[in-house]
Design a protein around this ligand. Structure first.
Ligand SMILES: [Zn+2]
Length: 76
């Protein structure tokens, strides 16, 4: 819980867990819950992207490793 500035009317010292801003009645709690949810989803999305990237890099590494023995082969 923290004191914030109302995103709607700019009133200060509004609790971010207040159902409604005492100044304008804006749904402060719902507003911040939505932001938290969006951030949570963004973080999950970013983690998914990071994992996808890491998987792609790993696949690249593996395929270049798989090609190397031929590059350095002086057998024939
Ligand atoms: Zn307000």
């Amino acid at each position: 819980m923290a004191l914030i500035k109302c995103p709607e009317c700019g009133r200060e010292n509004v609790s971010d867990s207040a159902e409604a801003c005492p100044g304008c009645g804006y749904g402060v709690k719902a507003h911040f819950e939505r932001i938290r949810q969006e951030e949570e989803e963004k973080r999950k999305e970013e983690e998914k992207e990071k994992k996808k990237k890491a998987d792609a890099e790993l696949a690249n590494k593996l395929s270049s490793l798989a090609r190397k023995p031929k590059l350095y082969s002086h057998e024939d």
